[in-house]
Design a binder for this molecule. Structure first.
Ligand SMILES: Cc1cc2nc3c(=O)[nH]c(=O)nc-3n(C[C@H](O)[C@H](O)[C@H](O)COP(=O)(O)OP(=O)(O)OC[C@H]3O[C@@H](n4cnc5c(N)ncnc54)[C@H](O)[C@@H]3O)c2cc1C
Length: 290
């Protein structure tokens, strides 16, 4: 039985430029935010000890939320900070719902949204909510800054459109449409402290039962969290009818690519993912649209 973490090296830059310089000059350096994923990986041996770049003291990487026409989550913003920000919760309620799903309060107090994104688990609870709100990820390196949609960020299992010298420095959220119907449902082995078998985050805007805008993001049903864009396209511009819902079910079925693992089977995940989308659309209709 292991009692101690292996030795590792830690640097604690005070400014973003210092942090980016370490990332540029020390290949293999790993950003360390809350450490709630990294320390587990270090302990169980899936991550080799090396150089960690502690982001806690970097002045520009705040644990803060900034509201403008949309919202910005600083790179060190924790799940707890988001839950405790009344204006963010009012305008983006699914962020609070997602944050409540993450581990226990101690994990919510340490774990960051940026860490949830960069850990790239297909079962992450925060990423589907951010994706459905059409979040954009700001990345910075010593060479400059770029912004990419979170929905285009992942390229495969634990693979991202992020260079090894880049840091996530901001998560940008555009203003969501005011009259929308939202849905966030995590299916796991138990109500709390479970890794999802399937997760759907979604919103829809209807006008006279016709879909004018829709965002559907699924977790645990593919190598990475994804938006099911074919199903979104199938629904957009149409009137919600039982026939269209059946087509949506078939479309989700075809669009996901789950695996069998210790938590569930591919067949179960595919069926439940399709059922969740139909459940969402059925609830929308039952409530008379958004
Ligand atoms: C007991 C326990 C329960 C948990 N339960 C859940 C759960 O229910 N749902 C869930 O989704 N997750 C859960 N997690 C996982 C974890 O808490 C989250 O993924 C969290 O968001 C990670 O954030 P962090 O700040 O701790 O990341 P860290 O562990 O510090 O880093 C995670 C990864 O992100 C990278 N990274 C961090 N910040 C940046 C940055 N700014 N730029 C570039 N790369 C960066 C790191 O290098 C690392 O690869 C749990 C973990 C534990 C230990």
């Amino acid at each position: 039985m292991k009692s101690y973490l292996p030795d590792f090296e830690l640097v604690s830059p005070k400014t973003l430029n210092e942090a980016l310089a370490v990332m540029a000059n020390q290949p293999g350096a790993r950003p360390l935010a809350g450490g709630t994923d990294l320390m587990v990986q270090l302990d169980n041996g899936t991550l080799k000890p090396g150089l960690f770049v502690d982001l806690q003291a970097v002045a520009e990487l705040s644990d803060g939320v900034r509201m403008d026409g949309g919202a910005h989550l600083g790179a060190m913003t924790t799940f707890r900070s988001a839950r405790q920000h009344p204006e963010l919760v009012r305008r983006y309620p699914m962020l609070a719902t997602a944050a409540r799903e993450v581990g226990v309060l101690a994990i919510q107090a340490r774990g960051t949204w940026a860490g949830n994104i960069a850990n790239a688990s297909p079962a992450a609870d925060g990423v589907p909510a951010l994706m459905v709100y059409r979040a954009q990820v700001e990345l910075q390196s010593a060479e400059g800054k770029r912004v990419i949609p979170l929905a285009d960020f992942y390229t495969g299992y634990k693979q991202m459109n992020k260079k090894s010298n880049e840091l996530i420095t901001d998560i940008q959220l555009p203003a969501p449409p005011p009259r929308r119907f939202e849905y966030y449902r995590k299916v796991g082995a138990r109500r709390f402290q479970a890794i999802s078998k399937v997760l759907l985050a979604a919103w829809i805007v209807l006008e006279k039962d016709q879909v004018v805008d829709i965002s559907l993001s699924l977790g645990s049903v593919a190598p990475h969290t994804l938006r099911v864009r074919n199903t979104e396209a199938l629904l957009t511009g149409k009137t919600l009818t039982p026939g269209l819902m059946k087509d949506a079910r078939d479309s989700v079925h075809a669009e996901v690519s789950p695996i069998d693992d210790i938590r569930s089977t591919a067949a179960y995940r595919r069926t439940v993912a399709a059922n969740l989308v139909v459940d969402f659309l059925t609830k929308v209709l039952a409530q008379g649209g958004a």
